[in-house]
Design a protein around this ligand. Structure first.
Ligand SMILES: [Zn+2]
Length: 508
């Protein structure tokens, strides 16, 4: 069997001021693998797909991995160039049996609201109706009719934080093989839940809903169930939460199950969003807890752990700049010490620190540079800590078979430095990245567990690795580019008139 594979992915924040050009994509070509410049382990889920294909004796053709950190609109040239690279490789490959694609599902380019729908249409045009097209998507996708029409199987992640990239990739691979061998005939249907929001799957309600999806997958004739949460920062008509069901040659079952599960998750709508607090309230709560603990002689081990605050509004993973200074300014103003903060994006400051060297004292103008949502730059005196070139941050993953931590996803953050300022340790990078794990501190000689307070620029992906070392996790809505309260997002094209939370009537 001949399997063709590719990845073309980014998550487009249509409100972001930062355009996504071709150079913003981290790309790996087949030649890079052949000469050893990169390997499949760096680009999940291709390591898994490659291994499984080889174990079966299949021919595995890898064409392109192109992934850009979420930002603003992708340029037309970047999208068309990368898309055409995949299509050209597909044509060169000749007849194939399966096309496996790892896409995001929320990529928007100038002139293309639905990049994935366009790509799938063109892939289908090349391979014809008989070849199996199987797609893995991030759950923060704008699932579209075009995507369903042009592919055979779509599976999204179930988990947020996304610790199940490989688990879903494995299901997709197995289903694609079964489909090609005519052991099943996938039919898909989706149901629009009329919801916009972000839904961490770490809550009791969402654990229950994931269990319901998994249980539904055990039903006779059901091949896969996904909940595409949607991506609130993409202002396109297809945005919003949708249930996708894949059945074995049974459209009525796919439709009825999608509707049942869609209504089930809609019924949970009041309890599955983030319990986010405004900055003043979040910071006061955190610092009061820390002060209280400081006075206590009986604080137990759990209370001695740091409070972790998620600066959700400046999450580069949602397209924000990552250089907002509101929270740092608050901490300096209130003389709060023993704090760790990560990850700030400020390449100019990184260069200055590199030039000065470890241990140097610097007066710098820090952060607040990329837009009005970043706040003001802060003029601060810092000591340069550890410096690392081309640092890779680790996003821990869970092995579904053992429920143990498995091989992490490595995230390029560029040159990265630690700066120390009035009892606050700042991790600063030359590439934008959200914060996934306390290793961002440990790798720079800072013991995260001994801090009173950790502030991480992330909406939810930090949670899996930080929650175990936290006495409390607080979700915070400081000012910023990706406000976690969706009613604050200035939509022009999403029809919020028939969508929760703008209206709150039951689904018809
Ligand atoms: Zn996502």
């Amino acid at each position: 069997m001949k399997i063709f594979s590719a990845c073309l992915a980014t998550e487009t924040n249509t409100f972001s001021p930062i355009p996504t050009g071709q150079n913003d994509f981290f790309t790996v070509l087949n030649d890079d693998i052949v000469i050893g410049a990169h390997n499949f382990d760096e680009i999940p889920p291709f390591a898994l797909w490659h291994k499984k294909a080889l174990a079966r004796g299949d021919e595995f053709i890898f064409s392109l991995f192109a992934f850009a950190q979420p930002s603003g609109l992708t340029t037309k040239t970047a999208y068309q160039t990368l898309r055409d690279e995949v299509l050209t490789e597909l044509q060169i490959a000749g007849p194939v049996d399966i096309v496996l694609l790892y896409l995001h599902g929320a990529m928007v380019a100038n002139g293309y609201d639905d990049c994935e729908g366009d790509l799938l249409y063109k892939v289908r045009s090349i391979v014809g109706p008989e070849v199996v097209i199987a797609v893995e998507l991030d759950l923060h996708c704008h699932l579209s009719e075009q995507m369903l029409k042009q592919s055979d199987i779509i599976i999204t992640f179930k988990e947020y934080p996304h610790v199940d990239i490989d688990a879903r990739a494995e299901e997709l691979f197995n289903l694609a093989i079964d489909t090609q061998q005519k052991k099943c005939g996938p039919t898909m249907a989706m149901y629009d839940c009329h919801m916009m929001g972000m839904y961490p799957t770490t809550t009791r309600e969402m654990r229950g809903f994931i269990a319901a999806m998994t249980e539904a997958e055990q039903q006779e004739g059901v091949l896969s169930v996904s909940f595409a949460h949607g991506f609130p920062f993409g202002d396109v008509p297809e945005a919003g939460g949708k249930i996708l069901v894949v059945t074995d040659n049974n459209i009525p079952l796919a439709k009825s199950l999608a509707k049942t599960l869609g209504r089930q998750v809609f019924a949970l709508r009041h309890g599955i969003g983030f319990p986010t607090l405004p900055q003043e309230e979040a910071m006061t709560r955190a610092t009061s807890a820390i002060a209280l603990r400081g006075c206590s002689t009986t604080a137990n081990e759990s209370e001695q752990k740091p409070v972790v605050i998620a600066d959700q509004s400046d999450n580069p993973g949602g397209g924000a700049p990552g250089d907002a200074t509101y929270t740092l300014a608050w901490l300096l103003e209130h003389h709060i010490q023993n704090v760790g903060m990560a990850i700030f994006y400020d390449p100019q400051v990184v260069r200055l620190a590199q030039a000065a060297g470890e241990g140097a004292q610097l007066s710098i103008r820090f952060g607040g540079k990329l837009g009005v949502t970043s706040g003001s730059p802060l003029d601060i005196d810092v000591t340069v800590g550890m410096i690392k070139e081309n640092y890779q941050h680790r996003f821990p993953q869970i092995d579904p078979a053992t429920c143990q931590e498995s091989k992490p996803v490595y995230w390029p953050v560029g040159d990265t430095v630690a700066l120390h300022c009035q009892g606050i340790d700042l991790i600063v990078s030359s590439e934008r990245s959200q914060c996934f794990s306390p290793c961002i501190f440990g790798d720079f000689g800072i013991t995260a567990k001994e801090k009173s307070l950790l502030v991480v620029k992330s909406i939810q992906h930090f949670y899996g690795a930080f929650a175990p070392i936290a006495s409390e996790v607080i979700y915070m809505a400081a000012p910023g580019a990706v406000p976690p309260i969706v009613q604050q997002i200035p939509y022009k094209r999403v029809n919020t008139g028939d969508m929760y939370p703008w209206i709150d009537s039951p689904l018809l």
